[in-house]
Design a protein around this ligand. Structure first.
Ligand SMILES: [Zn+2]
Ligand SMILES: [Zn+2]
Length: 334
């Protein structure tokens, strides 16, 4: 496909889409058409896939409640193994296709370079791909699974009250469907806090930002102190009309779903004249500029409300520079 029909490439080889990013519509009263687009985007394609994956995990890889009522190694290791194989297989499929085999070359690629093309001392073995893969495998998925196991055990052992599926199917389904909204709010707050307090950024969040040019393995490459509150989003399940499947949905969206902003390509070609949008650009701009687009899946316009939105256009660039200038003035005054 000719990606220059959809955007432009600069001298460094970085490609940018021509169409500006559209924020979630609730900054003002949305038109029915805009609301319809938002609703469609809420499900298609990512969240529908994550809902399906949650059902697959719940029916295929989770033991019954009586087994989960005790913290025994058997089911915990089984779940960890399923999560590792599932997430590494999912991230790895994208990494293999777009970063190793490079089936669509640099077409629609935001950053003109591939991470493997430059070594850096900030990464283990000086390689971003190896560093990010190992962090994902050894730290990211185990910490996420530990949070998931703890919450499942609290519910299965009766320490936290849960609803029964037979009596409350609609309330539980509504809680599952609300997970992307809660994830968005939760992530925005912890993410903004990590950028706001310099020591938190320096000691914790900067590790994720070492990957200025993110790839799928970067998705869960975070400091353990970031991974805990990141996967801790699942503890919201304790406050909802809840059921352990809601915990699994939180894990799916935070674990598998972390890839969305880190794909690095704007569109994924599915044929010689067809390509699917990846929804990765807002978070790519966050990796590029640091102080914009703190949101995760973009289902709420939090960045618009709190003045950190960059829509990828020259106007977005101007607003960002204006914010930087104000920040510099505040710091100089302080
Ligand atoms: Zn990121
Ligand atoms: Zn950040």
């Amino acid at each position: 496909m000719d990606d220059l029909q959809f955007g432009s490439r600069n001298k460094r080889g970085d490609w940018a889409p021509a169409q500006k990013l559209e924020a979630a519509p609730f900054a003002a009263l949305p038109s029915p058409a805009r609301l319809g687009r938002w609703l469609m985007g809420y499900f298609w394609p990512w969240n529908l896939f994550f809902f399906t994956l949650t059902v697959v995990w719940w029916t295929g890889f989770l033991p019954d409640m009586a087994t989960m009522a005790a913290l025994s190694p058997g089911w915990i290791v089984g779940l960890l193994t399923a999560n590792i194989i599932g997430i590494l297989g999912f991230f790895g499929a994208f990494e293999l296709r777009y970063y190793v085999k490079r089936v669509q070359g640099r077409r629609f690629k935001y950053n003109g370079k591939f991470p493997a093309e430059h070594a850096s001392d900030v990464f283990w073995f000086k390689r971003q791909d190896i560093d990010n893969f190992l962090r994902c495998l050894l730290i990211g998925i185990p910490i996420g699974t530990a949070v998931e196991v703890l919450l499942l055990w609290l519910m299965a052992s009766g320490r936290v009250a849960t609803l029964s599926w037979a009596e409350h199917p609609f309330a539980i389904t509504a809680a599952v469907l609300a997970v992307p909204l809660i994830q968005e709010l939760h992530f925005y707050v912890i993410h903004r806090a990590m950028h706001h307090w310099a020591p938190l950024y320096r000691w914790v969040h900067s590790l994720h930002h070492n990957s200025v040019n993110p790839s799928p393995w970067s998705s869960l490459s975070m400091h353990p102190m970031e991974l805990l509150p990141y996967f801790g989003v699942a503890s919201w399940a304790l406050l909802l009309p809840s059921h352990p499947i809601v915990v699994v949905m939180f894990f799916t969206v935070a674990g598998f779903g972390a890839i969305v902003g880190h794909i690095g390509f704007d569109r994924l070609e599915t044929g010689s004249d067809r390509a699917t949008p990846s929804h990765a650009y807002a978070h790519y701009l966050h990796h590029k500029y640091f102080d914009v687009n703190y949101c995760d899946n973009g289902v709420l316009p939090l960045d618009v409300w709190f003045g950190s939105w960059h829509d990828g256009t020259a106007e977005g660039e101007r607003l960002m520079q204006e914010q930087f200038q104000k920040k510099r003035e505040r710091m100089n005054t302080a």
